[in-house]
Design a protein around this ligand. Sequence first.
Ligand SMILES: Cc1cc2nc3c(=O)[nH]c(=O)nc-3n(C[C@H](O)[C@H](O)[C@H](O)COP(=O)(O)O)c2cc1C
Length: 372
Amino acid sequence: MRKISQFIYVNIAKPILFMFPADGVHEFFLRFGNKLGKRSLARKFFKKIWSYENKILEQNICGMDFKNPIGLSAGFDYDGDLVELLPSLGFGFNSVGTLTHEPYAGNPAPMLARLPKSHSLLVNKGFKNKGVKKVLENLDQGPREAPRGVSIGATNKPYPDFDSMLRDLVDGFRDAENFDNFDFYELNISCPNLLNINNLKERIDSPLGLGQTLGLLEGLNLKRPVFIKMPLEKSSEEIKMLMDVADNFSFIKGLIFSNLAKDRTNKTFDVEEIKKAGAGNFSGKPVEEKSNAMLHYAYKTYHERFVLVGTGGVFTAEDAYKKILLGASLVQLITGMIFMGPEQIGLINKELTVLLKKNSYHNIKEAVGTLA
Ligand SMILES: Cc1cc2nc3c(=O)[nH]c(=O)nc-3n(C[C@H](O)[C@H](O)[C@H](O)COP(=O)(O)O)c2cc1C
């Protein structure tokens, strides 16, 4: 059934959807998905035809039960419209956001574009969201079928200085602490679309800036584990310095490798597509190689300290399996779902099971980091 519906998505639905502007299609799916998620019959239907469960994929990480390692990465479901639907599509976890303390209407459109030959999306959202408080107030309060993360970052607005930006970021976390309808935090220090913030003198993704940020967050005694969403285009030395800083703060439980790519010289780009690309940064295959290298490096240096999450360019079970062997306990994606269809989540989980069994693993945990 998954293969049949994927055939229909890839050969009929996707070519039609790709004729329309990406921003509008995204909005449409958020609205439609929100309505579907509220209907138990629809949830049951998708669960039956698309999701895949197998004990071999189950893990307990930081006290959370993950039925499978494939999650929806931050940036697709900014305002949490899809949280009720996503577990029935087969996701093992999902991240809402990135949310900011204050609402933000988004960068000037277009905020999204497709680069089909490069297997990538051009992203220029700048955290379009309704703000932490409003989103969490509206978010489903019932029991969760899968762990739910909330990604928080700084609002994309002009700040007089770095300290004001930090205060705003910390206020976002303070607001979120008043809600119990999610399980973990992502601290986003790595969005390359935030022009206002990137113009400040100090940077949140420098060792000094990160140290200051985590020092302030420590004062909140956060109730839930925090995973840091890492930047992509850093050297191993720079990543090591950031990890050394994070190591000093016990509430930082994990690291996510990595955010979007800025570099337009990456060899995975189709030359004509990249020439025409407008403002923004890139997801998908142009992220994969570098984020895998950083994941591998992080596993070698810090695997006993941090849970590692791999994201960037996962389209197939083989792509996800590679991240797991390099050190990822969990894997996130967006672009692969848009290019391959939502049934790809169940297919990845099913094929991951085959790969794990073929290599004589009894549980996914045994495979994590075996290539490191
Ligand atoms: C449309 C879109 C919006 C994104 N927005 C965010 C965001 O708000 N916060 C964040 O941490 N990452 C964001 N990202 C990055 C993704 O979370 C992910 O790290 C990246 O796209 C690599 O995964 P992929 O290749 O599977 O898409 C965004 C990506 C896309 C495609």
